[in-house]
Design a protein around this ligand. Structure first.
Ligand SMILES: *[C@@H]1O[C@H](CO)[C@@H](O)[C@H](O)[C@H]1NC(C)=O
Ligand SMILES: *[C@@H]1O[C@H](CO)[C@@H](O)[C@H](O)[C@H]1NC(C)=O
Ligand SMILES: [Ca+2]
Ligand SMILES: [Ca+2]
Length: 229
């Protein structure tokens, strides 16, 4: 596998994980509409989602899609909110040969916009709407936010190194045995050569969006999101 291929993994992993998570949540199965409706009505004990109408207006999902998503979400997290541990468990199931805990941690932080350790159904659906149905600009901004671990508006080399290492750990040594020990650092260097236009050592949102839009592979992989649902 060459570095060009690895470049793609960074973007693609999110997609793969999403499709898997959605399948896992039963999203791609047939559901009984009336039953979902009933369950929504009854969910008063622990948690009630904000009006579906409101979410329908805020996201690019139909009411039907939101009902199905809610059902999957509730199966996975009966309390109505996901925590980091849930993310880790879901990812561990899909990357059994590696250690997905760090990647799940970074991904969870990107969903946890309030940064308080819990992701509610509304937050989850908003992020999903951006990733599946948002504009290219919105998808790239979301991805930038995932890589900007300390949320200071810049991606520095340490952050990119942490993300790349987390992806390598998640894939596991057996999946990519040809990778050498310095592969993560090489990958980070290639990433910065491409993205850090003004060579000041950090990648800004503008640099990130501009560079991604110049890259056919990245643009094509973003489009894959659109066919998930
Ligand atoms: C986290 O913040 C959200 C939004 O401010 C809030 O609704 C939720 O209850 C908070 N969760 C925790 C565990 O504090
Ligand atoms: C919904 O889609 C439109 C058009 O692609 C986009 O402008 C908007 O930001 C999207 N909203 C969300 C929440 O995904
Ligand atoms: Ca940063
Ligand atoms: Ca720069």
């Amino acid at each position: 596998m060459n570095l060009e291929g690895l470049e793609m993994i960074v973007v693609l992993v999110i997609i793969v994980a999403f499709v898997k998570a959605l399948e896992h949540m039963g999203l791609l199965e047939d559901t009984d509409e009336d039953k979902v409706e009933d369950e929504l009505e009854m969910t008063t004990v622990c948690y009630r989602p904000e009006g579906l109408e409101q979410l329908e207006a805020q996201t690019n999902f139909t009411k039907k899609e939101l009902q199905v998503l809610y059902r999957g979400f509730k199966n996975e997290c009966p309390s109505g909110a996901v925590n980091e541990e849930t993310f880790k468990q879901i990812y561990a199931q899909f990357f059994p040969h590696g250690d997905a805990s760090m990647y799940a941690h970074y991904l969870f932080n990107a969903f946890d916009t309030a940064q308080n350790g819990s992701v509610k159904f509304e937050d989850f659906v908003m992020a999903l709407s951006i990733l599946l149905r948002g504009t290219v600009h919105e998808k790239l901004r979301w991805t930038f936010n995932l890589y900007d671990i300390n949320k200071d508006g810049y991606i520095n080399k340490e952050e990119m190194m942490d993300i790349v290492k987390a992806i390598y750990d998640m894939m596991g040594k057996y999946t990519y045995p040809v990778l050498k020990d310095d592969a993560p650092r090489q990958h980070v260097e290639v990433f910065f050569q491409k993205m850090d236009k003004n060579k000041d050592g950090v990648v800004t949102l503008d640099e990130f969006i501009e560079s991604c839009q110049e890259d056919d592979n990245i643009m094509r992989s973003l489009q894959l999101f659109e066919n998930v649902m």
